[in-house]
Design a protein around this ligand. Structure first.
Ligand code: EPZ
Length: 427
């Protein structure tokens, strides 16, 4: 298995191009199931999760062809996804267990084919992660839903019909699944207390380009007037705000100065506020932003994760790595997932001083971390160890690199181009 080797202590300087957003690309790819015409997606990131979604869609009968990016900038990827005929409405266990976002095919399959059968995703390293909100929403739209031999079986032989769906709590995936399903339901659907993440807005813009009628985009109340069919479209995927925030923190942690090309500052306002409070200078530029640490150590700052526009749970591990070397203490509270502190013992192996009390971690900053062999159980925890390795003295070896490959495109190339001593060891 590949490992990442880092010799820390170098302030990063230079330019990093931000890739297309993984968590926007996955639902957008699933949206191709809603139409018999081709959907062209550009600015797709080259990541393991995108390959898994490609395989899943291919076994549903979607023809996927990689094409030259209409935006024209190599090596950005584009693909034409053509679901002219859906040959299977089953998403098998082997693919769903690799990637929970596979459940996003359920809404489009039921809406277009009147049925969908998707392996029930199990728990994962960050929590139990049920899909009850997805299923209750589909039932509200008139689908019959059963659990059978580990599979969710949803049927709506006469088609879905619009309804009012009030989410008891905010869910990104359930909002996406039901938004896609509602586009082909008869009549009006209201999604109330919908998630407002930029990835949902991006999905809504793509669906509108495909002929969907959606109002309230960007708000927590989405109103959809169902249409009989959607058509093809071309849609560029938004830049990855979590990759952006991660490199903002890499600049901050190492005392560096980075230009993040293609990044959108308006998608990372909560991260910006926290970093500015900790002593980081961030300024918007024509093609992205620049991030630079002011002189001296970072200052400890409290952070609480919340649905967008709050501070993202997908940045919680990274801010903890940063606060580990800040001056003073910070309290980091995780409100989205019940088990997302798996990086704490690994950061502690590098000398961080962190105590967990329920959903909060008290981080007492130390002047210096020490390199060590570490491993993590999920994507964002893994990248927090890369950040810690970039500031630590000595060598850090991050094991289980396949987690990083799910969400960070060419991370070692991007960082080493800015001076980091980082390499991948194969095998
Ligand atoms: C999305 O997951 C992201 N994944 C996650 O990113 C991200 O951490 C999460 O949203 C929160 O921002 C993708 O977009 C592919 P949720 P999702 O439904 O949709 C509970 C990463 O590192 N819940 O908003 O699965 C759930 O257990 C990943 O890139 C229910 O109880 O998240 C959690 O506590 C990790 N019932 C909370 O809601 C449901 O039916 C939020 O989950 C659905 C969710």
């Amino acid at each position: 298995m590949d490992r990442i080797l880092i010799r820390g202590g170098v302030p990063l300087a230079g330019e990093i191009r931000i890739s297309g957003a993984k968590n926007a690309a996955l639902p957008l790819m699933a949206a191709s199931l809603l139409t018999s015409e081709p959907l062209v997606l550009s600015n797709l990131p080259d990541l393991a999760d995108i390959a898994t979604m490609t395989n899943l869609l291919a076994q549903h009968g979607v023809l996927i062809e990689h094409i030259a990016d209409p935006a024209g900038e190599a090596p950005r990827q584009a693909a034409e996804l053509s679901a002219r005929r859906i040959t299977s409405t089953t998403a098998p266990y082997d693919l769903v267990r690799k990637m929970r976002a596979s459940v996003l095919v359920l809404g489009p399959l039921v809406a277009r084919c009147g049925r969908g059968r998707v392996s029930l995703p199990g728990g994962c390293a960050i929590g139990t992660r049920p899909v009850d909100l997805h299923l209750k929403g589909l039932q509200r739209l008139g689908a019959e839903v059963e659990l059978n031999e580990g599979y969710i079986e949803a049927r709506a032989p006469d088609g879905l019909r619009g309804a009012e769906i009030v989410f008891p709590s905010v869910s990104v995936g359930a909002t996406e699944n039901l938004l896609m399903a509602a586009c082909l339901a008869r009549g009006e659907t209201q999604l109330i207390n919908a998630a407002r993440e930029p990835e949902i807005t991006d999905l809504a813009h793509c669906l509108i380009a495909m002929g969907a009628r959606i109002e309230g985009v960007g708000s927590d109340r989405l109103v959809v007037q169902g249409v009989a069919a959607l058509h093809g479209a071309h849609h560029p995927v938004i830049p990855d705000r979590i990759e952006t925030g991660t490199y903002m923190m890499a600049a901050a942690a190492t005392g560096g100065d980075l230009r993040l090309v293609g990044a959108r500052l308006d998608h990372v306002e909560a991260v910006r506020r926290i970093l500015e409070g900790a002593g980081v200078c961030i300024s918007e530029s024509d093609d992205g932003m620049t991030v630079r640490r002011r002189n001296g150590r970072l200052v400890g700052t409290d952070v609480m994760t919340e649905p967008y526009p709050g501070f993202p749970t997908d940045m919680q591990a990274q801010i903890m790595a940063l606060m580990s070397v800040a001056e003073g203490a910070s309290m980091i509270t995780e409100t989205i997932f019940e088990n997302r502190f798996m990086h704490v013992p690994e950061l502690a192996r590098m000398g961080a001083n962190i105590t967990v009390h329920g959903a909060s971690a008290l981080v007492r900053g130390v002047p210096r971390l020490m390199g060590a062999p570490v491993m993590a159980t999920d994507l964002r925890a893994s990248v927090s160890l890369v950040l810690a390795g970039l500031v630590a003295g000595g060598e850090t070896i991050v094991n289980r690199v396949y987690h990083l490959d799910r969400g960070y495109e060419r991370i070692e190339e991007k960082l080493s181009a800015c001076g980091a001593r980082i390499e991948r060891a194969h095998g």
